[in-house]
Structure formats: C-alpha cells, structure tokens
Design a protein. Structure first.
Length: 505
C-alpha cells in the first residue's frame, strides 16, 4: 500500500482532480465539509445527503458513482459526526469506515480530502497517522501457514492524502512515521500469529539478527552457556522443561549522541506458556503462543524506530524460552537464585514471566539506562482489572517515576493505544513473603497484576523503570483471533517524544 501527500491550488482543484475516488466529509447536521462543497458542482452530493441515504454520523458512508462535472470517477461521502467539533474518537471511527470501504473498491487509487487539521484537541499529524494505520490494519493478512493463500488484496492500493499547502511538510513526515509504525505493527502481529512450533526462541533471535542486518542495528544473542555464566538462575529455571534452547537477545539502535544514556525496552519472550508443572487447563491453551507478545512488540518497535532513523539511543532486551512440563522441569517448591542474588521460591511454575524478566531487568543495569520499560503478557489478573482496552502501567510512585508514567500515558493517548496506571505499594509487596526464600513468585489471587509488578519492582531499584502488562491488549480471541500489534504505537510514540525532548535539551 502506497501513501502520498497532495496539496490543492487554483490550478489543481478538488473538482478537477483525476482519481478513482475522492473521499469527502459530511456531518450529522447534513452539512457538507469544505471540499465536499467544492466538488458539489451539480448538487449531487447535497441531494444524496438530503435523501437521507447517509446520516453523517461518524462511520457512516455512501458511495456515489455518477457525479457529473468533476474529475473523480467516484465520490465517497464519509460521516464525520458533529460539525462544530470533530472528536478524535469520531475521526478514528470514520477513518476505519473509510479504510473498510476503500479495501473493496474497484479502484486502485483514492484521494482523501478530509478536514485532517480540524479534529478537536488533535493535530494534523495525528489525523494522518490515524488514517494510515486504519488503512494498513485493513490490509493486514496472515496466511503464511495456509496452503491456499487468501485472495490477493483488491481495492485501493494508492492513497493520497490532501492537505493545505501550509501543512504539506508536516503531513509528509507524519505519513512516513505512520507507515513506519504500521510496518512495526505488522512484524509484531506476524510474530504473535505464527505457530509456536515455528516462532521459537531461535526464530525470535533470527528475526532480531535479520532486523539488525537490514537496518544496521547492533545485535547479540546469548545462549544457555553464557546465561549460566551470568548466573541467570531464575530465567534458566523456566527453560528446564523445554527441548527448545533459550535465547537472550540484545538489539541496539544507537541513533542518539554517544554519551547519552539509553532507553531500554525489555520484552517477555515466552514462545509457548503451557504453565509448566502447574499446567494450564487445555481450553484455549493455543493462545499461549501469544505469550511472546512483549518480545514481539520490542522487535516491532525497533523496526519502526530504525525505519524512522530515530535520533535516540534505544536498547532492546528479550529473554526468550518456552515454559513446558517434563521430568526436568522446575517444580512447585523449587528455590532458584536470580542473577541479582535474591532467592525465589517457585510456588507456581505458571508465574514464569516474572522469573525470566527479573534476570533481564538485572542484566540491563550494565547500560546505566535513562529509563527501562518492560512489556509483558504477564497476568490474567490484568485482563480482569482492565479488560481489553487499556494495557496496565506500573511504576513506583515518586517524581521521576510519575514523569515516566505520564510520558507513557500521553504516548498511549496520542497513538490511540492507551494504558491505565495501577499502584505499586508496600502493602502488596507483603503478599510475596516466602517462608523459605527471599520471596515467592506468586502473591495469591488478590491484586494479581499488582503483586506481579511488585515482584519485578524488586529487581529495578538501580534505575527509573515502568512495567506494561499487555495480557489484555496484545491479541484478540474468538472468531477475530489474532495479534493486535499493540503496544507498538504507544512505545514508538513514547520514543519519538523522548527523542524530541532530547533534541530540545
Ligand atoms: N502468560 C500468562 C498470563 C496470561 C494469561 C496472559 C492469560 C494472557 C492471558 C502468565 O504467565 C501466567 O500464567 N500468569 C498466571 C499467574 C498466576 C499463576 C499467579 C495467571 O495470570 O494466571
Ligand atoms: Mn504462565
Ligand atoms: Zn506467561
């Protein structure tokens, strides 16, 4: 799919424009948007609106074919909601509706002439990003493992976005950034959707190596021997029952100044979570192939920032392994020693995410990071707490951490990939008490996503840290089963913002 930016002038008006389809807006009050009025030469558009064939509500649409006197072969009227102020939500609903219609149109190209710079509390770049990502989401297919491929996508392949000449450069930059994010999301989705016998720790490592080669990133993959030498007893205890070798992946995008402390992303890379000896129930267990979605989102975010040539130092770290039962598997009651020296009583082998992350979080101390964000499908309890709309965001509660949390929340809001902040407090820490080790790996049913975050917190005291629990947001179940590509938009936007404030310093 190809995106470009178009500007109109007196010699090149919306009415003259030659295109398979021009997309223009109509409001709930039955009024036409500016460009819609400009191409309503013979009154076809107003007549269509008057007829009641389109309500103007956000997401409504009507395709007109024979519109006399203009260059476009078709006009797609797109409902935008309230004229006084187009809300961000309405605009994104409309963008998704437009993407759906364009995907099945008999035209290879279309021009979107919508009020991109007139969305309440949102900027032109935001509206463009919203449109581009909606179109790319619509175009996404996963048929790598089907012998009969899905039919090749038809419909519009070339989308031009029309803006005022003044906004041309900002629009171009926004479209390029949105395409990079969409490319990152596609990679994250592909990795998540791949079967767990294909997307193994080794496959993730090879994907990182490929990315590094393609974009000139630094890459390092540590194997079991090296992990043993580092004393990663907690990580290694999770991989005991599996025949797949564990991998510890490090990716480096050093786009900032050499002396600038890096921002570090740590992604949970459990390529299949059976629960181990604390075996999960059989129903829906296939979905635990998505338990590497944190890792997938780190790789997708690197794909995006590398394409953007982001001026920021970013290091990605992925502990990757399977969680399987076997005669060699870790048992409930086993005590393991983490890289930090803290001992852990494994009371439930299904609470394995924290066991691999804690060693990765200790490992990244060596980078003297500016901030560390870990991303993990960590707890079912997070789905109970927040459902499928928000990722859970956890940090300590002091000024530095409040600032990091606010930056992540803002990036979520700006990208439509939202998170919700949850508490970390000593009273929850007490639930992790063990009679036999420094801590237990579970804190009982109450506040399960919080005690999981509290566990991680104990390994992050040397730097500023945030934890994103994406158990509810990384994939969809049921008939629409598939990875969402979240939280790549949040993470990428967060890093873009960070690069901007670093440049301003
Ligand atoms: N990967 C799961 C969390 C999960 C479950 C994510 C369902 C998405 C959907 C994690 O490893 C896990 O099993 N967590 C346990 C923790 C419990 C044993 C304390 C859980 O949430 O049940
Ligand atoms: Mn588990
Ligand atoms: Zn898991």
């Amino acid at each position: 799919m190809d995106f470009s930016i178009k500007t109109f002038d007196s010699k090149n008006t919306p009415a003259q424009l030659k295109t398979g389809c021009i997309v223009v807006g109509v409001f709930e009050n039955k009024k036409l948007s500016g460009t819609a009025l400009a191409i309503d030469r013979k009154g076809d558009l107003s007549a269509a609106v008057k007829s009641g064939d389109i309500s103007g509500k956000a997401g409504s649409s009507l395709l007109l074919r024979s519109t006399d006197g203009i260059g476009a072969e078709r006009v797609l009227l797109l409902g935008l909601g309230k004229e006084e102020s187009i809300s961000g939500k309405d605009f994104s609903t409309a963008a998704q509706a437009a993407a759906r219609v364009l995907a099945t149109l008999g035209s290879p190209d279309a021009v979107l002439a919508l009020p991109f710079d007139n969305v309440k509390e949102r900027t032109l770049p935001w509206a463009i990003q919203c449109m581009v990502i909606a179109a790319r989401e619509q175009a996404y297919r996963f048929d790598e493992t089907k012998s009969k491929k899905d039919p090749a996508p038809t419909g519009v392949r070339k989308i031009a976005i029309a803006v005022d000449a003044a906004g041309g450069n900002a629009a171009k930059a926004a479209a390029a950034q949105a395409v990079a994010i969409a490319n990152g999301m596609d990679l994250t989705k592909d990795l998540g959707n791949l079967a767990p016998n294909i997307c193994t720790p080794t496959y993730l490592a090879n994907t990182a190596k490929k990315l590094a080669k393609q974009f000139g990133l630094g890459v390092e993959v540590l194997d079991r021997k090296q992990l043993q030498a580092l004393n990663m007893g907690s990580f290694l205890s999770v991989t005991n029952g599996s025949d797949e070798p564990p991998k510890f992946i490090v990716l480096k995008h050093m786009g900032g100044k050499a002396k600038d402390a890096p921002t570090v992303l740590v992604g949970k890379g459990i390529t299949f979570d059976s629960g181990g000896i604390s075996l999960k129930p059989g129903g829906g267990m296939d979905e635990m192939k998505y338990d590497m979605s944190g890792a997938g989102s780190v790789l997708g975010t690197f794909r995006a920032i590398a394409e953007m040539k982001l001026k920021l130092n970013v290091i990605g770290v992925i502990p990757a392994c399977e969680n399987m039962p076997s005669g060699r598997a870790t048992k409930p009651g086993d005590i393991v020693t983490s890289m930090s020296g803290q001992t852990i009583e494994v009371l439930n082998t299904d609470a394995e995410g924290r066991l691999i992350l804690c060693d990765a979080l200790t490992y990244v101390e060596r980078y003297k990071p500016d901030a560390v964000v870990d991303i993990a499908t960590l707890t079912g309890a997070c789905i109970t707490a927040l459902g499928h709309h928000n990722s859970g965001l956890f940090t300590r509660h002091d000024d530095a951490h409040d600032a990091l949390a606010d930056a992540l929340l803002a990036a979520g809001k700006a990208s439509g990939d939202t998170a919700w902040r949850m508490p970390i407090e000593d009273s929850y820490q007490e639930q992790l008490k063990s009679n036999f080790a420094d801590m237990a790996n579970i804190g009982g049913p109450p506040g399960g996503s919080i005690t999981a975050a509290c566990f991680l917190e104990r390994f992050t005291r040397k730097y500023t840290w945030a934890h994103l629990d994406i158990a509810g947001t990384a994939w969809k179940s049921g008939a629409a089963k598939g990875a969402t590509g979240r939280p790549v938009p949040l993470l990428t936007t967060f890093l873009v913002d960070r690069a901007q404030s670093a440049a301003g310093k």
